[in-house]
Ligand binder design. Structure first.
Ligand code: DON
Length: 307
């Protein structure tokens, strides 16, 4: 199988669907993105890189950042993190507040907004927001060996001005003592991590350790243990697409994490990390054509965690 050819075929498969879906507009800075963008990158565990379309154009990774902050938080506080955030799929939209009251301010999982805000709060403790953001940015640059990655301050500001739902979630969790730092500082970290600007190649490189038993490259340095990499993949599969996680597992069969910027990071364990970008979203807030492209890639490569 030649991945170069697979990607050409994937592009043919999705060509009629490019531009479908609705670009996120609740963050004003994202509303102006061209919905016809489409890019995909596959980075194999051997380090080979295959691309198609706009794979080298940066976009806002948004919720995909939650995979990397979770990785950092597990490194910082270890299994104790699970006292403050659960590991169950929520079956509710990414920004839902309904379960928080019944469950005493403990978010269902680290990938819904409430859970990721708690994760950001753990990274902030003992630091100033600038230091925590520096740590997150350094981690992304380390994983990709690419110092050009930046946080888009305009996107962060845009969300800071309109992020009333996230402010509600954070304040509500503070009332249950599950946010330990001043709410505005925790939200500042969260909005800025979401505003990381990366292209598909960088994103696939950043996720490669999850396909590679926790190692940066085959036989290379360890980012996390093999067990931890497996567990992060398990969370991506069960919670990475919110109330559409089941549908994503059914259609694609790989752990994946979406973002409202239209990106998706998918992991084929032992094979490759895949990043796709297509800004139009489906009703669940996940990339419509990005999902189709991953479905096509999984079918054509036979990559699936289900056999
Ligand atoms: O908090 C928000 O609403 C955004 N910064 C991130 C949400 C997101 O990416 C949901 N994913 N599909």
């Amino acid at each position: 199988m030649q991945l170069e050819d697979v990607l050409k075929d994937v592009l043919v498969d999705v060509a009629d669907h490019i531009g479908e879906g609705k670009v996120a507009n609740y963050i004003p800075a994202l509303a102006k993105i061209d919905p016809r963008k489409f890019g995909m990158a596959v980075v194999t565990v051997d380090g080979d890189i295959h691309v198609t379309g706009d794979a080298e154009e940066a976009f806002s990774i948004q919720s995909i950042s939650k995979v990397f902050t979770l990785t950092l938080a597990l490194g910082r506080v270890g299994e104790g993190l699970w006292k403050r955030v659960g590991r169950e799929p929520s079956g509710t939209p990414f920004n839902s507040i309904v379960q928080l009251e019944q469950e005493q301010g403990i978010p269902r999982n680290p990938f819904i907004n409430a859970g990721a805000i708690v994760v950001a709060d753990t990274l902030l403790s003992g630091h100033q927001p600038r230091e925590t953001l520096g740590e997150i940015l350094s981690f992304m640059r380390y994983l990709t060996d690419d110092d050009t990655i930046i946080i888009d301050a305009e996107v962060a500001r845009s969300e800071q001005q309109t992020g009333f739902r996230n402010a509600a979630l954070a304040n509500y969790m503070h009332a249950f003592s599950n946010i330990h730092n001043p709410v505005e500082k925790t939200l500042g970290v969260y909005f800025h991590q979401c505003a990381l600007s990366m292209n598909c190649v960088q994103l696939a490189k950043a996720g490669l350790f999850l396909a590679n038993r926790g190692l940066l490259t085959r036989g290379g340095r360890s980012v996390v243990s093999w067990e931890r990499a497996r567990r992060i993949n398990a969370l991506m599969l069960t919670c990475g697409h919110y109330d559409a996680s089941g549908d994503f597992a059914f259609r694609v069969g790989l752990p994946g994490k979406s973002g409202v910027g239209g990106g998706i990071l998918a992991i084929a364990p032992g094979k490759a990390a895949i990043a796709v970008w297509s800004p139009g979203l489906n009703a669940n807030g996940n990339s419509a054509t990005g999902t189709k492209a991953l479905e096509s890639l999984a079918r054509r490569t036979g990559w699936s965690i289900f056999g």
